[in-house]
Structures are given as structure tokens and as C-alpha cells.
Design a protein around this ligand. Sequence first.
Ligand code: ADP
Ligand code: ZN
Ligand code: ZN
Length: 802
Amino acid sequence: MSVAEIIVDVPTMQTNRPFEYEIPDSLAEVVVAGMRVEVPFGRGKRKIQGFVMKVKDKSDFQGKLKPITRVIDLKPVLSDEMLKLSYWLADQTYSFQISCLQTMLPSVMRAKYQQFVIPIVKDDPEVQALLSNQDSLEITSSLDDQTIRLINKLRKNNKVDIQYVVKNKAVQVKRQAVTTDLNVIQLHEAKSKLRANASSQIKLLAFLADHLQELPIEYNVLEKDYGISRSAIKTAEKNGLLKTTEVTKLRKPVGITPEQTTKLALTSEQQVAVDEISQAITEESAQTFLIEGVTGSGKTEVYLQTIEKALQQDKTALMLVPEISLTPQMVNRVVGRFGDQVAVLHSGLSNGERYDEWTRIENHEVKVVVGARSAVFAPLDKIGLIIIDEEHEASYKQDDNPRYHARDVALWRAKVNKCPVVLGSATPSLESRARAEKGVYHLIRMKKRINNQTLPHVQIVDMRDSENSAVKGDFSPVLQTSIQETLDNHDQAIILLNRRGYSSFMMCRECGFVLKCPNCDVSLTYHKDLRRMKCHYCGHEESVPNMCPNCHSKKIGFYGTGTQNIEQQLNDLFPQARVLRMDVDTTRRKDAHAKILQQFGQHKADILLGTQMIAKGLDFPDVTLVGVINADTTLSLSDYRASERTFQLLTQVSGRAGRAQKTGHVVIQTFNPDHYAIKDAAKQDYETFFKQEMYLRHQSNYTPYYFTTLISVANQDEGQTLKQAYWLKKQLQTALSKDAILLGPSPTMISRKQNKYYYQIIVKYKHEPKLHERLLEILNETQADAKKGFTIAIDNEPQHID
Ligand code: ADP
Ligand code: ZN
Ligand code: ZN
């Protein structure tokens, strides 16, 4: 008898370990690690799903094991590497292993789906018997074990395959298409019989005669690419000259098919980077490289040529980019170089599209995967290189359970696959740059722009100046003049409105003063429900001021302007300019991003106005001006990373100007012209910023000098929540040395969400060997409370504290 170790789908602390089940003889050989099965659980007849982690010969357990009821998958859905990763991930993120396993699967496998057996070798007698002359066989729970065994055997011999289909959604999209029974001669004959003025029919028949080999052709293609109208098709159909049919179209996730590109001759800085990384690929060394390369230094070409290196050695490559739909340019560059060998994974894909791409990866049809955060779980094997572009981006950390950072997962996979990791950015995160300082990462600096183009000239405009604040509206005279010049030269401008969604901090419009916490040096946030200003770190609170404490002006208020408002101002100031707006409202539709960027790239607009989403990765040669309306928004976040985020944003967006032949110009409007984050960004001087910021982090015991863990508690009753939070704090204290810093409990940014109150505790520490264990124990001990509606979340190295 063999035994399976199974993680069951019961997300509780008590069930967060493998359980042993007997593999019935009828399913011997069928059940393997990485498959999902159905098992009985608990005392009743409840059947639940579980992941097979391991298959072994015998159990150490003395009593009788319950048997597996049936298999859910007929082939493993997770590789050994992924199973192993799930142990580590669950431990690191304080999550249930079952959540980790499920996170690694493509969503189609978590949704409601059907499974079918699809024949590969159609004339095999066993296949024919199994399918009884049908196209496919649905796998349901009613199939007996003997059939399951047969399917398994045929699958192993590559005679059948298993396909997942999302319920109510066909795996393949059906499209209307045109075909004909007539041959070339008949088509020409029919054409000659038409009246001379039936021009659209003549065109259609001529087209069909020329493209007979390619039929059926989709309606859409005929319309879009060949200008043949639907009514022309209908008329021809009525006259019996053609037929309408359906074709199944393979989905292609990338909207625009990019042009094929070839290797560029590298600059000397690029060459150094490519050489060092290539060597690590060849030597199968799990080193981490940090490329600190100024904007426009050509990091992408380094990525592409090192990926090529990995492919030459018969390995695969994984490339992560921040939420991909935001950077279609990057995807196009990779697909342009490696064509069909690339799979693209991002959240904009439908379940079916995601499944298609996932299958292509699993079947070894692709060698390169480009994707956003969760693509780090792509089922690639023999990985030769992992790249994380814009490595400083907060979106690489998942906000929900499991709260993993893609960079950490990448480093784990690199170790297992024995391959290098390349982190790239013009503005590396402080953590990564500090690790490079210590020699943990290998630093590669690229200081020059391609073509030796100079970095853009940056002008800081002091918005406290009466000249600027006197102007009605948000555009200073300097910025107005610059925009006018850009329009006169027929160049293009990018205008950034730095927005945070909510205007919860207070700023004085007269002097730029921001109300801050006296203890923590972060801005206080307004709590609507309490009508008070609060600090999210230490809990300090005070009343809402009606006068600026600094200059006594009454112009202190909540800060924030909308993109629509700015667009209106642009239209009023420059009625002749063509403005494209890019924000959450204009990009809700799928592909909207790509379309706006394409239009701008074709110079169909003069000004691109947008929020943070326009700050990164764009490479348009005609952009000579970048204007930043309100540099201060990010600076006033109630987060110790506020300066870092501001520096990153301003450096990145400035880097959009003057990337090709023309020199760039940047105008930054701010109430804090002397702030180091703004001054260093203006000079694109990462190193100076890094030193200053490290000094301040050191002074105030923040990352990367201290580790941070955030623990939050929520409950419907505020008193109970607080009580629980204080209990938690006491529990933590017992495990911590006197060197650790414990802050809170304090209410979170929105202290009440969906009728639950949220409180948080922050632990800052350097070396606390007992903390991890203690947190796991706390999770265990609070399980019973979870039933009473308490939720406890633990976030290691949080990206936002709010
Ligand atoms: P970064 O990501 O570092 O900001 P990019 O990779 O976007 O910079 O490169 C900036 C521009 O320079 C792109 O248009 C790119 O095609 C071009 N480029 C990169 N490397 C070379 C090269 N070796 N020769 C010529 N042009 C290059
Ligand atoms: Zn505080
Ligand atoms: Zn003031």
C-alpha cells in the first residue's frame, strides 16, 4: 500500500500541515505529487480537495488511514519545485500552505472548470474505446478508477492529453469567417457577370480568387485589413458566391504584433553588464546583480542580450515587469526580439487567455516568460536567468495573503535553478542598493545615456512664490512658457499629476507647511470619522488646525487636484493643443492603455497628461518636455518611504524627456524646493540621494537598518479590537529583546472598513531569533478568536504603512 501526504483545503492553523491518506490500489501509479485529489475530512462524510505533496511506501502512523476518494487532476498541476517553494513561502509570509499552493496555480484552475480527455493518437484502439468515437471525454467524478487508470496510462504514453475548460467560457474564441465552394475559374466567371458599377462585389470576388488558399478568413480581418464591408459579404452570400463559417481563433494576448528586432551593437557600459551576467549564466551561479542605470542608459538591451545568452545554453528566462499592461512598450521589445518563444502573463488577461499562456509554458513551447508579479510562479523549468525590471516598484509585493515579494521568490527560485537574478532600476530600492553596498548583490552601474545624450535639464519651480501662487490654476508661468515652446517646435510634452487617490493630509498653500507627527516625522492623516489628525505609526492624534502653525495663514487645507480639472486648465490655456488623458477613468477598458500610448507614439497628440501610470518605462523620441504639477503629494505620504517614493517618481518621469536626438527639459512644481528628494531627483543623482536617505533611515531606525513587521487586528467591535491589539503587544513583548522597537497599537488609515475596526502594531528589529516562532504561535493561539470574527494579518517588510 502506498501513502500520500496531502495538504487539505481547510485554511486553519490546525490543518496547516500534511495529512496522510491511503492510496487505494485502484489508483496506484495514478496518484503523484503535485496533483489535486478529493479526500474525506473530519468525522462526517465531508469530502474536500487537497494537494498531494509526496507519495511514499508506508506510514509511521499506527492506526488506519482514510483512503483518497478520487483524483481531481489527471496530471500534476504543480512541479516539485513549486511544492517545495510552498513550504518556504507559507513560513515566510505567515500564511496557510494551502493559500500558497493555490496562489501558484493559474486562476483558471481555481475557478469552476471542466476537464476533458483530448485524443492525440486518434487511431489507437484503446483511445477509440475510451472516447467511443467522440471528440473528447469529460472527466467527471462518476468515472471509475479503472477508466482513470486507463486515461493515466494513455496520457503517459502521449496518446491523449488533458485540457481544462473554464465553465461557460470556451477555451477558444469562435469567430465568424468567410469561405467559398467555388474555385478560381468559377469566381472569375461570376465576377465577369456582375454589373460594372457593382464595385464592392467585384472587389470581393477578386479578393477571394486571390486568397483562396487562405480561406476561411475572418469577417473582422476582411473589414479592417481589406476594407470589405459586411453588407458586401452578405450580398455575396445571398447570391451563393460564398459561405459563412466559424473559425476558432487562438487568442493572442499582446494587442499589437511588434516588428522583429535584432541585436544592437552594445555600448561599453552595456557590454560590461552583458559580459558579467553571461558569465554567471554559463557558470550556473545564483548571483544577484543590481543594475543601477540612469534613465535611457539602455537597460532593456542588456536584458534582451542576456536572455539570448540563456536561450543559447538551452535554458529559459523569466522577466518580471511592473503590472504589464502599463508598459506595453517593454512587452513589445521582448516579443519583437524572441517572437513566438515568449509567453506573456498579466492581470489584464482573461482566465482563458491566462490558461493558454500557462499551458504553452508548461508544455515547453515557450522559452521566455514576461509577466507581472505572479508570473514569478510560471512553470518554467531549467531557468537560466531571472530579470526584475524596475525592481523598486511596490507592486512586486502582494497586498493580500500570501503577502509575498516577487523579488524574494525570484531569489529562492534562482538558488534552486542555479541561475543569476538581475535587478534593474534607475532608482533602486534602498534595501537593494544597501545590499549591493554590503556585497550581497553585485552592483553594475550604467551612468551614461545612449548616444551620450545629456540628461534632461531640470528646473524647480517654487510654488510658494507669489508669482506662482498668484496665477489662477495649477500651471506656473514657467511651465506655461515651456509648454508653449514645445508646441511651437512641434515636439511633445508629458504632464504628470502626482495623485494619491485621497487628499488626507494637510498642507499650507502659503508656505508649503505639512502637518507632521512630532514623534515619527511622517505626515498626519485626516480621519474623517473622528475629524482628527492621526499618526499611523505611534497613534499620536491632534485636532484639525484652522490656521497654519508655521505662517499663521488661513490657507491650510486638504491637498489634491483631479486630472479632469487639469485637463480643463490645459484646454483653456492651449486651445490648439491635442491632449490625451491617462488615468484610472480613461484606462478602464482592456487595451485602453496600449491604445493611448500608441496614439501618443504616432504623434497624434501633443500632450500626454496622466497620473503615476505615465511615469515609467515610456520611450518616445519626440518628448522634450516633462512637467510635474505637484511634486509634493508623495512627499507627504504618512509613510517613511515618502522621500524614496518621491525621488523615484520624479527621477523616472524626468527620464522620459530627451531620450533620442533632442535634448529634454523638465519643470517640477513644488512647495518644497529645498527638499533633498526633489533636488537630487532634479540632478538625477541617485547616489547622493541614497547617502542622505540612508543617513536619515539610520537616525530614525527604519529599513534597511531595521527589519519591519506589521501586525494588524480587525474586529467589528472597536473595544474588542483594541483589547486584542494590546494582548498581542504583550505577547510580542515576551519574545523580544530590549533592542526591538514596538509601536502602537494605532488605528490604520481608514480605521473602519466594512464595519470592522483596524488597529496595527509595528515591530522594528535587527536580530530577534524568537520573533518568527512567537508570531506563528500567536497565529495558532488566535485561531479560536478567528471564529469570533477577529482577523489577524502579519506583513513582513510592508511596502505601505497606512
Ligand atoms: P532604460 O530602460 O535604461 O531607461 P532603454 O532600454 O529604454 O533605457 O533604452 C533607451 C533607448 O536607447 C531605447 O530607445 C533603445 O532602443 C536605445 N538603445 C539601447 N541600447 C542601444 C544601443 N546599444 N545602440 C543604440 N540604441 C540603443
Ligand atoms: Zn507618530
Ligand atoms: Zn503656512
